[in-house]
Design a protein. Structure first.
Length: 238
């Protein structure tokens, strides 16, 4: 992290009341033990059984969430079937999900410094909640906004989950920040009026996340943990 980024983070965190975290990436690697392409193949097989012709684009797609989103084009019955199968796959993957280095420390630091904390994810709410319980984090998270019904239109870059979270926790958008590792995270934050920190956990993401409008960029969740630890006392309500 550069000195300028460190200054940006410190300035941002000093005025924040609610920290929103994307799930897959900033908190953990959901499909670390169950490869995402394998799950994508299962969803394609479900589409075939439902009589959907697999286009070349669908055949190449290794992202389960992307296939689920595209499945909405084939009607509510297909969407509901993909939703159920994807939820089952995500919940099943949680047992082998790998925590992102520094992520648990970020959640603990947020609570210790007086921030409300929420998970805002395109993943299944059941999977997120299972992970939080497994890692003893449920008491540190104030809200989870994630997939609870077969409505792909609500997924980021739609700002719906961010707006829902800010509203439920009673925090103005201008006092919220989202940490996300994808362009859709940054776009959703911008549409919600929330500033975004891009988590560039893979090569090539730096330019994409900054180009999408990230307020600041980190390559390690530990950078965010340090920024939280350095929040001034007045920002902590002391």
């Amino acid at each position: 992290m550069t000195a300028s980024t460190s200054e940006q983070l410190a300035k941002l965190m000093a005025g924040v009341e609610l920290l929103m975290l994307d799930f897959d990436g900033p908190i953990c690697s959901v499909f670390a033990g169950v490869p995402a392409p394998e799950v994508a193949n299962r969803l394609r097989e479900s589409l075939r059984r439902l009589g959907v012709e697999i286009t070349a684009q669908l055949e190449r797609d290794d992202d389960p969430l992307s296939i689920y989103r595209k499945g909405a084009n084939y009607g509510p019955a297909v969407t509901a079937e993909l939703f159920a199968r994807l939820v089952a796959a995500e919940v099943g993957a949680i047992a082998s999900a790998v925590p992102t280095p520094g992520a648990i420390d970020v959640v603990k630091a947020a609570r210790a410094t007086g921030l409300k904390t929420a998970v805002v994810s395109n993943n299944a709410a059941a999977a997120v909640e299972s992970y939080l319980v497994e890692h003893d984090l449920e008491g540190l998270i104030d809200y989870v906004a994630a997939r609870r019904s077969p409505e792909p239109r609500l997924m980021k870059p739609n700002p719906a989950y961010l707006i829902e979270t800010a509203t439920e926790l009673g925090v103005p958008a201008a006092r919220c920040v989202l940490v996300g590792d994808s362009v859709t995270d940054i776009e959703a934050a911008r549409r919600a009026g929330v500033r975004a920190i891009g988590y560039a956990n893979k090569p090539g993401k730096v330019a994409r996340l900054m180009g999408a409008g990230a307020y600041a960029l980190v390559t390690s969740m530990a950078d965010i943990g340090r920024a939280l630890a350095n929040r001034p006392d007045e920002a902590r309500g002391k």
